[in-house]
Ligand binder design. Structure first.
Ligand code: WQD
Length: 338
């Protein structure tokens, strides 16, 4: 009997890649999404790539009735909770929407799990919970703070799950703190498809390389970093997906809960990434140095030790491969999924 895993936000960027990885690992996967921030076309592409049937229910994690129907129908042994809004800037202008969707959705999902005797959850958290790092690399015991409502929903989400585990020891939770997810499936058939103007660096660079945008605005080159531009720990979405498989395997085979970084431990600057993308695509990525973006930090990269020790997982794919796979997705799908 295959173990059934429910993915919320299943048509999203990281979830869709995790779906394929979980199937390859031998799990039966069921996806739920309301398509508020993703395209139904993702499901068609997944069906091309999947090693098992794509089982999907359209639904909102904030809707208790819809979630009960899914649990009744599929009886998942665990949940990977991706469903959340994730634009930092938008969260500042629409805090209530972020608290309702990200925290309301998590609480509603956990209540549905409780009603259906499911007590294992992998939670999509973020390195943003570390705020402005006091020292690098970042270990899981580093101080945390929220610098925007989006980050607050990730920090509060982790707290909700910790409190749940204290109240009921049958709960097992894995909070995965993503650093900077980039890249795309090696097939080029699924990848990151932000709506409107990309907030994040790699999708913006990709759109410049493919000709959808004229040039990249580099948000400041006066940081205390080797070339003055921001340094981040970019991690291939395929490595990130495998990190979820490892975390789930741990929850299903060991007692207890955990919080781990999912990063490579290697930082790259904005200009490092631009050069790597030009090499991977053979295209020029023109850029202009502009003012810093409010709220940005100079540098951030992970200490990946705990994930290696607890999950037996570490990132394998390098920056060149991140750019190559991103470029294959971008230039074969210049308008994304739609
Ligand atoms: C990376 C670097 C920018 C765009 C955010 C969220 C985090 C997570 C990942 C959800 C920085 C520079 C960017 C551009 C630029 N999201 N940049 N021009 O800010 O590290 O993290 O996305 O989980 O929670 O905070 O990622 O890709 O936006 O920026 O110069 O057009 O690229 O200043 O140095 P960030 P990013």
């Amino acid at each position: 009997m295959m173990t059934t895993i429910l993915l919320t936000g299943a048509a999203g960027y990281i979830a869709s890649h995790t779906w394929l990885a979980l199937q390859r690992a031998g799990y039966r996967v069921v996806g739920v999404d309301n398509f508020v921030n993703s395209s139904p076309r993702v499901l068609e592409r997944l069906a091309e790539l999947a090693t098992a049937p794509i089982e999907f229910e359209r639904g909102d994690v904030c809707d208790a009735v819809q979630m009960d129907e899914v649990f009744d129908r599929y009886r998942p042994a665990a949940v990977v909770h991706f469903a959340a809004y994730k634009a930092v800037g938008e969260s500042v202008s629409k805090p209530l929407a972020y608290y309702r969707n990200n925290l309301g959705g998590l609480v509603n999902t956990c209540e549905a799990m409780q009603r259906h005797g499911c007590s294992r959850i992998v939670f999509s958290s973020s390195a943003t919970v570390y705020g402005a790092p006091e020292s690098l690399p970042l270990r899981e015991d580093a101080p945390t703070s929220a610098t925007n409502p989006y980050g607050a929903t990730k920090l509060m989400g982790e707290q909700i799950l910790r409190d749940l585990g204290v109240a009921d020891s049958t709960w097992q939770t894995a909070c995965l703190r993503y650093f900077n997810p980039v890249g795309a499936h090696e097939s080029g058939r699924i990848g990151e498809d932000p709506r409107g103007t990309p907030n994040n660096l790699m999708p913006y660079v990709a759109q410049v390389a493919v000709g959808r945008r004229d040039k990249l605005a580099v948000f400041g080159n006066d940081y205390d970093t080797p070339d003055g531009t921001g340094v981040r720990d970019y991690i291939h979405v395929t490595d990130l997906a495998e990190g979820h498989v490892a975390a789930l395997r741990r929850l299903l085979n060991h007692p207890g809960s955990l919080t781990v970084n999912l990063g490579t431990g290697q930082g790259y600057s904005v200009l490092d990434l631009v050069r790597a993308y030009e090499a991977a695509s053979g295209r020029s990525v023109p850029y202009e140095i502009v003012a810093r973006r409010a709220g940005d930090i100079a540098a951030c990269w992970a200490d990946p030790t705990m994930a290696r020790e607890l999950l037996g997982w570490e990132a394998r794919l390098d920056l060149a491969r991140m750019c190559e796979d991103s470029w294959r997705w971008q230039h074969t799908n210049p308008q994304g999924f739609d």
